[in-house]
Design a protein around this ligand. Sequence first.
Ligand SMILES: C[S@@+](CC[C@H](N)C(=O)[O-])C[C@H]1O[C@@H](n2cnc3c(N)ncnc32)[C@H](O)[C@@H]1O
Length: 340
Amino acid sequence: MTKGAQAGATAEPLLQMAADFYKWRTVLFAVELGLFTALLHTPMTPAGVCDRFGIDRRGATDFLDSLVSVGLLERADGDGAYRTAPLAARFLDGEKAAYLGRFLQQADARWSRLGEGLLTGEPQNGARPGAGMFVRQHRSRQEWRAYYGGMDALNGPSGRALVDAFDWGTVKRVTDVGGARGNVLAELVRAYPHLEATVFDLPAVEPVFTEHMAELGLTGRVAFRPGDFFRDALPESEVVVFGHVLHDWDVEQRRQLAGRAFEAVAPGGYALAYDTMIDEERRAKTNSLLVSLNMMLCTPGGSEYTPSEGARWFEDAGFAEVSHRPLAGDDTLLVAHRTR
Ligand SMILES: C[S@@+](CC[C@H](N)C(=O)[O-])C[C@H]1O[C@@H](n2cnc3c(N)ncnc32)[C@H](O)[C@@H]1O
C-alpha cells in the first residue's frame, strides 16, 4: 500500500461494524423485554417503561431514542410517550403470526458460538445429520410457526419477484418443493389464478400450511402433498421450485434433489431454484458469504453456493439449459430446462 493510501485510511468501516453490533444488541434486548408488544397497546413515558420493565433510569432514554432512530419506536411530541412503530408492530409484536423475535434470538444464540462452529465444523443449534433434521428441531406447531415467521420474512420478496421472473402463462402445474406454509405459491396463484399449485413438504407442516392459507384467504387454492423429498417421488408438474432448500443440504443431497426434479418434470419442463447465491469470485456478496456461514451454524451439511456450482448439479441430473438471474435482495434464481 502507498504512503498516501495509508494516510487516507480511517477506522470508519470498522467502527461502523461495531455500531451495527450495538444496534443488534439494543434491538434484541427490547425483544427480550417484550417492549414492542407492550408499547403497541399502551404508549409509555421513559419513567413508565422503567417502572414496568424494572430498568434503571440512567440508560432508559438513550435506549428508547435509539429505537426511535432505527424506526422501531415512535415518540409523541406532547408527553414524550413511546409507542411501537409500524415495522416493529408487524414483525416484533409477540402476538402476531409474522413475529420474528424468536427467529432473531435463535440467530443471536448460534452466532455467539461462531468460534465453536468454525473449530468443529458442526452446527450450533443442536441439528444432527440426517433427513429428519427439520422434524427433530420443530416438535410443536408453535415451533413451526416461529420458524416460518422467519422463513416468510425471507421468502416474501423472492416470492413476489418470482411472479415476474419466469413466464407462468403457459404453465399448468407447479410444485413448491419444501414450500413450507405456502407463502410463495400464494403470490403465484394470486397473479396467475389458472395455476394448479402444490406445496410438497413434510407431513408435520400441513397444519401450519392450512392455518396460513386460511389467514391469507386462499383456502383450497393451493394443495398440500405430504412427503419426504429424499424418499418420495415429487408430484408431476411442468415446474418444480426449490426455494431456500438446496442450501440446507450437502452437495450429494442437492444432486439427489436435482435428480428428483428431473423425474418430476416431463421434457419441456423446468426446475427453478433460488438461494442467497455467492458471486463466482467469492469476494463481492458479503451477505451471501455470511448467510453461508449461517448455514454452517444451522445445518450439518448446508452452505450457499455459486450459480455455476448450482447449474452443474442440474446439468448432471439431465437438464440441458441452465441460466440464472437476480431475484430479490441477495437471492439468485437458477432456471433449469429439461429439453428431452
Ligand atoms: C429453509 S425452508 C424453505 C421454505 C421456503 N421454500 C422458503 O423459500 O422460505 C426448508 C423447507 O424444506 C422442508 N423440508 C425439509 N426436509 C424435507 C424433506 N425431507 N422433505 C420435504 N420437505 C422438507 C422444511 O419443512 C421447510 O419447509
